[in-house]
Design a protein around this ligand. Sequence first.
Ligand SMILES: *[C@@H]1O[C@H](CO)[C@@H](O)[C@H](O)[C@H]1NC(C)=O
Length: 129
Amino acid sequence: MTTKNLHALVVFGFVLGLVSPSLATKGTAVYFTRYYPNACYKLPTGIKFVSLSDQYWDGGARCDKRYNVTCIGPRSQGSATPCTGESVVVRTIDHCVDCEQSIVLSKEAFTIIADPEAGTIDVEFTLLD
Ligand SMILES: *[C@@H]1O[C@H](CO)[C@@H](O)[C@H](O)[C@H]1NC(C)=O
């Protein structure tokens, strides 16, 4: 395929909505239940939170920013099909220092997208703000 053909295909993909302009990041997620204290130093409203590992924390610049998180598969013990099929929008409240996983969701947020018994799951997440 020529570069020109490829370009036309990508443009066509955009028109059909097949190519998303916001690139989703693939990673892993677990949940936490200790929300305070947190590195963003504020009391968040709601119960859908995320704590970001070093790679995404960006020196605190992501505090309060929202991510759309979707479960895409199992990673550890538990169900082979942990995903509920739902996505959840979460707010960044914390830095997960030396975290093994990409992101750590509040239990409430995790439960929306996957079975909490699943342990670690594979996720796709997109920064919304
Ligand atoms: C979140 O991601 C899912 C899966 O890509 C998508 O269907 C949904 O519309 C997104 N929600 C928001 C608020 O961006």
